[in-house]
Design a binder for this molecule. Structure first.
Ligand SMILES: *Cc1c(COP(=O)(O)O)cnc(C)c1O
Length: 417
C-alpha cells in the first residue's frame, strides 16, 4: 500500500487504525532556513523489493533510523563542507567518536600512539578497554617530534594528535608530526581530535607541504560537537570526518555494527548552532585573548598567585611558534598555572575557582557560560608533568569580557587572603 491511503472496500477501520493509517501527506515545497526534524526508528518501504535493495551506507536511501535520516545526513554534509572532508559520521558523544575510531581500526598486536596531554578519557579508554583486547598504547611528548619518531614502527596502526592539548594547551608541530608519521609508519592512520580548532582555526586536511613537497594532512578529524558546534552546553555528540572512501567504509561498517545512533532533536540543535559557529568562535577567541593578556600582566607583578598563562597565542606558552605558523584563530580556552610557592598546594587554586561568580565550576566548554576547573599537574600527566603549580582551566562563554576580567581579579584577591 504505497501511499498508505485507506482501502476502498471492506469494513470501515476503527478510530485507532484511522489515526495511524491517515491519508494526509504534507505537500513537498516547504522551504525554510531550518531543515525539518526527521525522526525515525522505522522507515517504510513500498515493497519487499524496495526494502531489500535500499542502501544506507552510500546515503542513497534510508533503511532504519540508526543508519541515518534526512536530518542526520544534512548535518553530516554540512560538517564535511566545514572541514573540506568527503565523508562524515555522527556518534552519540565526542568520546564515542574516539572509541569508534579505536575499535574500528585496531586489533590485537597493534600499537596506538597518544600524546601525553591527550583528552584524559581517551587515555582511560586505551588503558582499560583497548589493553584487554591486546592493543598496546604508547604515549609521546607532543612537543618532541624526534622522540615521537623513535616510537613509530611496523605495528603502529593508529596515531592520535590533539591541538592544542587538553588542559595544558601546548600546541604541537602538526606538520612535523604528520610528516614524521608518513615517513616512518606509512601504514598508520593519523587521527586528530579537532575539537579545539572546530574546523575554523586551521585546515586539518591541508596542513601545508612536507619536506618531500607532498601535501600534508591528517586522515581523520574527530570533533566533540558537544563543544563549539552545539554551543549551548546542552547536548552530547561527536563526528568523524575523512577524505578517503576506503577509510570511511571501514568506519561506517563498524559504526553500523556498534549501534551508534544520534537523536534527531540533538542533530537539529547542532544544525541550528552551525550558522553562528564562526561568530561565536571568533568572539570567544577574542575574549580569551583579552583575559589571557590581563592575567599575564597579573602574573608579572611581584607575589602574584599566577605563575604563567597557558594559551597558544601567548609567546611564552609551549608550542606558540607552531600555533603561529599554522593557525588563523584560537579557541576560547586558557589555563592559569599557579605559582607553586604561593599556592599552598592546591588550596589557593581551589579557593580561586570557588570565589569566581560569573565562571561556573564545570567540565566541557563552548557554551554561553564561562567555566572553571582546577587540576593537579600529576592528575593529568601520570607519566610526569612539566608543570609545577596547580592549574585552573578557564573556558570563555559569551558574557561581557570586562565582567569576566573583573571576576578573575576579585577571585584572585579572595584566594590570596
Ligand atoms: C569534550 C571533549 C571530548 C569528548 O566529547 P564528549 O562529547 O564530552 O564525549 C573529546 N575531546 C576533547 C578535546 C574534548 O574537549
Amino acid at each position: 500500500m504505497a501511499d498508505d491511503t485507506l482501502p476502498p472496500e471492506g469494513p470501515a477501520p476503527g478510530p485507532a487504525t484511522r489515526l495511524i493509517h491517515h491519508p494526509y501527506r504534507a505537500p513537498a515545497g516547504f522551504d525554510a532556513p531550518a531543515v525539518p526534524v526527521a525522526k525515525a526508528s522505522t522507515v517504510f518501504f513500498d515493497s519487499v523489493a524496495a526494502m531489500r535493495s535500499t542502501r544506507w551506507a552510500d546515503k542513497s536511501g534510508y533503511t532504519y533510523g540508526l543508519h541515518g535520516t534526512p536530518t542526520s545526513f544534512t548535518l553530516e554534509a554540512r560538517l564535511a563542507t566545514l572541514e573540506g572532508a568527503s565523508h562524515v559520521l555522527l556518534a552519540p558523544s565526542g568520546l564515542a567518536a574516539i572509541a569508534l575510531v579505536d575499535q574500528a581500526l585496531l586489533g590485537p598486536g597493534d600499537t596506538l600512539l597518544l600524546p601525553d596531554n591527550v583528552y584524559a578519557p581517551s587515555r582511560n579508554l586505551a588503558e582499560h578497554e583497548l589493553r584487554r583486547w591486546g592493543i598496546n598504547t604508547l604515549t609521546y611528548d607532543p612537543l618532541d617530534a624526534e622522540a615521537f619518531g623513535r616510537l613509530l614502527g611496523p605495528s603502529t596502526r593508529l596515531i592520535w594528535l590533539e591541538a592544542a592539548g587538553s588542559v595544558t594547551l601546548e600546541f604541537p608541530d602538526l606538520r612535523g608530526l604528520v610528516a614524521t608519521a608518513r615517513r616512518l609508519a606509512p601504514q598508520a592512520v593519523i587521527a586528530l581530535d579537532n575539537t579545539w580548532g572546530a574546523g575554523l582555526a586551521f585546515d586539518a586536511f591541508a596542513l601545508g607541504t612536507g619536506p618531500d613537497g607532498q601535501p600534508l594532512g591528517v586522515d581523520l578529524s574527530v570533533h566533540a560537537l558537544t563543544k563549539y558546534p552545539a554551543g549551548g552546553g546542552d547536548l552530547l555528540m561527536g563526528s568523524l570526518a575523512c577524505r578517503d572512501a576506503g577509510l570511511h567504509a571501514r568506519l561506517a561498517a563498524a559504526h553500523g555494527r556498534l549501534g551508534l545512533g544520534v537523536g534527531a532533536n540533538d542533530v537539529e540543535a547542532v544544525l541550528r548552532g552551525l550558522p553562528s559557529l564562526p561568530l561565536r568562535y571568533a568572539a570567544q577567541d577574542a575574549a580569551a585573548r583579552a583575559l589571557a593578556a590581563h592575567c599575564a600582566a597579573q602574573a608579572a607583578t611581584p607575589g602574584s598567585l599566577i605563575r604563567r598563562v597557558l594559551h597558544p597565542a601567548r609567546p611564552d606558552s609551549p608550542g606558540h611558534a607552531h600555533w603561529a605558523a599554522l593557525c588563523r584563530a584560537a579557541a576560547g580556552l586558557l589555563t592559569l598555572e599557579f605559582a607553586p610557592e604561593a599556592a599552598e598546594g592546591p588550596r589557593r587554586a581551589e579557593r580561586f575557582v570557588e570565589a569566581l561568580r560569573h565562571f561556573r565550576i564545570g567540565y566541557s566548554w563552548g557554551g554561553p557560560v564561562s567555566l572553571a576547573v582546577p587540576y593537579e599537574p600529576t592528575q593529568i600527566r601520570p607519566a610526569g608533568s612539566p608543570f609545577r603549580g596547580p592549574l585552573v582551566r578557564l573556558c570563555i562563554g559569551l558574557e561581557d569580557v570586562a565582567d569576566l576580567i573583573a571576576d578573575v581579579d576579585q577571585a584572585l584577591v579572595c584566594a590570596a587572603r
